[in-house]
Ligand binder design. Structure first.
Ligand code: PMV
Length: 330
């Protein structure tokens, strides 16, 4: 907070789930049906400045005025902060990403994490980690995880009001500096948003309940694998969780299929480099066609080279395990 302007700036990183979040138990409060487990990414980040005390809310994204839909979504979220600190007035929010939205990284995760930190600090609120994570979750489920660096677990909670549905840090980034190569297999925005895809899966997929049953044991296995730096164990749990999540979506009516042919080609290539050439690598896929490939840092070059050589891969992006969301000077 900088004096009477009531302004603060925060940065937050995106994250990739190793055990996926897919399905809500309460759409209004944005409560997940099960937990999840993620790695926060760096160095890419969202940087957001919030200034309270204005007549109306205004949102500027990557230098351009946001459309009415995005502004309304952020305004509705800002109401949650206004409820905590009455009299704040309208907020001017300026946010930019240093990674392309089309990279298939959930930009809503870093966006709402940075927004939650900047908006509360600018309002003079110093919320505990849990409460801040709950607030970020109201904007986007995966944003609850992006407040923390390293390896992060999302707790689904049991309470109806969602106050116990928040993320916690399991291991800091330097515990295990894995490398991620993102294989870009398409251009343009994704066709079915994660919220629409997961709500449709909850409503119509005969496999949804079976999917939910997989999550808690997978989180337990992922937590242990990361604690022990056991790449093989993490490979098993992460690939299984990604495929099980997509299986539940594919089984919806009509099926939600995020993959293209190139997505499947990358999956096979990752398994080939692992099984035939002994390169430690595993894939995960979110609500889009791109494939994120985790490996050990010393194998990053080999993984990138093999992925780049595939016909359907239009480019790659490198990431490492990133740190906490934090306030910065404007
Ligand atoms: O945070 P949301 O509502 O965009 O949902 C994220 C869904 C996945 O990216 C597919 C999985 C996850 O856990 O991040």
């Amino acid at each position: 907070m900088t004096g009477p302007k009531m302004q603060a700036t925060a940065v937050a990183h995106p994250n990739i789930a190793l055990v996926k979040y897919w399905g809500k138990r309460d759409a209004a409060l944005n409560l997940p049906a099960a937990g999840s487990f993620s790695a926060t990414l760096g160095p890419m980040r969202t940087r957001t400045t919030v200034q309270w005390g204005n007549d109306a809310d205004r949102l500027v994204l990557d230098g351009a005025m946001a459309d009415a839909k995005a502004t309304a979504r952020v305004s509705a979220w800002l109401d949650l902060v206004r409820a905590l600190a009455p009299g704040l007035g309208g907020a001017h929010v300026t946010s930019d990403n240093d990674f392309p939205t089309a990279a298939g990284l959930a930009s809503s995760a870093s966006a709402f994490a940075a927004l939650a930190l900047a908006a509360t600090r600018a309002a003079g609120l110093d919320l505990a980690d849990d409460a801040l994570s709950v607030l970020a979750r109201r904007g986007s489920g995966s944003a609850a995880r992006s407040l923390f660096g390293g390896y992060v677990e999302m707790r689904p909670g049991e309470r109806d009001d969602g106050t116990d549905a928040h993320a916690v840090r399991c291991q800091p980034a330097d515990h295990w500096p894995l490398h991620v190569v993102i294989a870009l297999t398409a251009t343009g925005p994704k066709k079915v948003s994660s919220t629409i895809g997961m709500n449709h899966t909850v409503d119509t997929s005969p496999y949804f309940d079976a999917w939910v049953q997989t999550v808690a044991p997978a989180i337990e296995a992922a937590r242990k694998a990361v604690a022990a730096r056991d790449f093989e164990a993490l490979t098993r749990v992460a690939e299984a969780s990604a495929l099980q999540m997509h299986a539940s979506a594919i089984a919806a009516d009509p099926g939600v299929l995020y993959w293209t042919g190139a997505t499947v080609d990358v999956v096979h290539a990752v398994r080939r480099m692992r099984d035939e050439d002994g390169i430690p690598a595993f894939f995960t896929i979110d609500a889009g066609p791109h494939v994120k490939v985790f490996t050990l840092p010393e194998h990053a070059g080999a993984v990138r080279q093999r992925l780049t050589g595939l016909d359907g891969v239009r480019g790659t992006l490198d990431a490492v395990v990133g740190g906490d969301a934090r306030t910065v000077d404007a």
